[in-house]
Design a protein. Structure first.
Length: 404
């Protein structure tokens, strides 16, 4: 059995970024990985502008209270005043409007007294006050991205602000998904004796939606060696990754593993982790194979801890687990040394720091353990029982918001 660290190391050795890129509109580039860094095509802001509604002044470096300026024009956003200011002149400006040449500083409108055609400054104003200098957000040719980050709404907005229309990104990862089990029915179907509903395919498809993935849903398969083999072989030339759930343990109906041994190389299939022990990783020519355990909680946890970071590597990103924190445990957790464990937990941001507790019964068939769960509590393999007051590590679940 491999430890989490050994499994991670093995995976990182096996995986490399896929070949191929495409140019797409930035609006479609959320979560995609740019090919190399993206440079700013212009200075941002593109011109020297006002940070406030007020008056652009041309005067000495320190403008004393009581100084008077003659207002000679107005600059509105999109409608600049095109003449340079002379000493003692002012121009009415608004937030974001271009300021005229020779502007020393902008005084905000609340800090002036004005009569017909002039203003008197009420507070001291210093050189460059309330001015947004050209290129202070980013300079032309400086990198907007470093090339190893998935594009976020924030970065993509920045690209838009620089006038970038399209971006060259790593192509999508092609992933085929199916689950196995004679007992599985789709939601909406009626359950026969001993049947259960297939939830794993839903988990996988929805978790994969957050990734730059083109998904082929191969449905659910019976526990049938030939059917499983034929299905996998049918997509091998098409996909980078096959993900299955179920049938990777050691029972008579666990046929996925033997199929992988038959048509490819099984790299490992057992990790010292709870839940998620039977987790098969193989190679089928150029296609990676992940056989996730059938228990619904195990499927989700092995996906988050191993499959998702693997997809990141295929997409050109570093290996990334969910965000890791430390928190004070507020409840006893029973654990026997041997396997590492991920317990579903609920972390709150208390005045004294983060506090976490498990979400009740942790059996690996209980999707209910995810209810009110926002993190996975890490219990290292060597640990016995954990006690209230201990500091534990946890992974924040992707998509979780404030810790209330
Ligand atoms: P297996 O790994 O095939 O031995 O399955 C382990 C447990 O997970 C069994 O109780 C299965 O019925 C259950 N299981 C397997 N596949 C699914 C699935 N797609 N959705 C929900 N439960 C499943
Ligand atoms: Mg099964």
């Amino acid at each position: 059995m491999l430890s989490i660290e050994q499994a991670t190391r093995t995976l990182r050795k096996l995986l490399k970024r896929v070949e191929g890129t495409e140019s797409i509109p930035i609006e479609e580039a959320l979560s995609r990985v740019p090919q190399g860094s993206i440079s700013a095509p212009i200075d941002l802001p593109p011109f020297r502008s006002s940070a406030m509604d007020g008056y652009a002044l041309c005067g000495p470096p320190e403008i004393e209270p009581g100084s008077r300026f003659r207002v000679c024009g107005e600059s509105r956003a999109g409608h600049p005043y095109l003449f340079p200011l002379g000493m003692g002149q002012a121009c009415r400006v608004f937030t974001g409007s271009a300021i005229p040449e020779n502007t020393t500083a902008v005084v905000i409108q609340e800090e002036v007294k004005h009569d017909k055609s002039s203003i008197v400054v009420l507070q001291e104003v210093n050189t460059n006050d309330n001015i947004r200098e050209q290129g202070t957000d980013i300079r032309k040719d400086q990198p907007l991205t470093l090339g190893y980050e998935a594009l976020s709404p924030y970065t993509l907005s920045w690209l838009a602000a620089c006038g970038i229309e399209k971006v060259e990104v790593v192509r999508k990862i092609k992933v085929a998904v199916f689950c196995t089990g004679d007992e599985l029915r789709d939601p909406g179907e009626s359950l026969g004796e001993g049947d259960i509903y297939d939830s794993n395919r839903m988990s996988l498809k929805l978790l994969l939606r957050r990734k730059p993935v083109e998904l082929i849903d191969l449905g659910k398969l019976a526990d049938d060696y030939d059917q499983i083999k034929t299905k996998i072989k049918s997509v091998l030339d098409e996909v980078d990754l096959v993900i299955t759930s179920g049938g990777v343990s050691v029972g008579d109906a666990d046929l996925v593993r033997p199929v992988i041994e038959d048509i490819g190389t099984l790299e490992f299939w057992n990790i010292a982790v709870k839940p998620g022990k039977p987790f098969a990783v193989g190679r089928l020519n150029d296609t990676m194979f992940f056989g996730l355990p059938g228990n619904p909680v195990s499927t989700i946890i092995t996906f988050l801890m191993f499959v998702e970071p693997s997809i990141d590597i295929l997409s050109g990103l570093p290996w990334q687990t969910p965000a890791r924190f430390r928190a004070k445990l507020v409840e006893h957790i029973s654990h026997r040394a041997g396997r590492a464990e991920f317990q579903r937990g609920y972390v709150v941001n208390d005045i004294q720091g983060l506090k976490v507790q498990p979400t009740g019964d942790q059996s690996s068939h209980r999707l209910g353990s995810f209810s009110r769960c926002n993190c996975l509590i890490v219990i290292p393999a060597h640990r016995d029982n954990l006690h209230p007051g201990e500091i534990v590590e946890l992974y924040l679940l992707p998509g979780c918001r404030n810790l209330v």
